[in-house]
Ligand binder design. Sequence first.
Ligand code: ADP
Ligand code: MG
Length: 194
Amino acid sequence: MIRSVRVVTHSPEETRILGASLAPALLPGDVIAISGDLGAGKTVFVQGLATALGVQTRVTSPAFTIVHEYEGRYPIIHLDIYRLNSFQELLDLGFEEFLDPKAIVVLEWGEAVEPLLPRSHMRIELRRSDDLDADDDRIVTFRVTREDWSRKLFEMRETAETLLDAMSEGQSEGNRFEDLSQSREHRDPRAGES
Ligand code: ADP
Ligand code: MG
């Protein structure tokens, strides 16, 4: 079972392709939590995802309104709670009601609200590269804990490899995705050292 993969994108277009690659695997009730600093590319990722889900309107940052809703193949609820400072603020907004089982819920967030995330979700982290010459590089890490999400992660990776290869006109980069599932930082500490 794959639990965690990492890939580097070199442009906003590539990040949109990653978002689009996740779309075919998703079903209503699925929750995607995207973390990362301001400007990391969270909204760019959601643009690719929403467009691939059939959203025709422009997808913009809900940073100031907290929530945007779109109609695609399914309803899409796009939240940005990055600026919220406390659980209380989030609860006051009726966070629980946003977790609509008929919709796909995509959440841009800071780390502060983690305990309120539903148990089953995919987590995506976007980070700028430390390499100062690679201003447009983003390190994108996907993490899941459950089997059903592991399958979606696998599908996303396959689709992304195909689409990214097509974008670079057949110049396959080989394995773009690094599988972190076996690496130390992601091993379940309860699983022992076998
Ligand atoms: P966030 O939602 O995380 O605050 P945005 O998606 O709104 O960030 O903005 C990301 C910015 O970074 C955009 O201006 C985008 O053009 C730029 N950018 C440069 N390289 C990339 C990349 N590889 N992936 C995503 N965005 C990128
Ligand atoms: Mg954003």
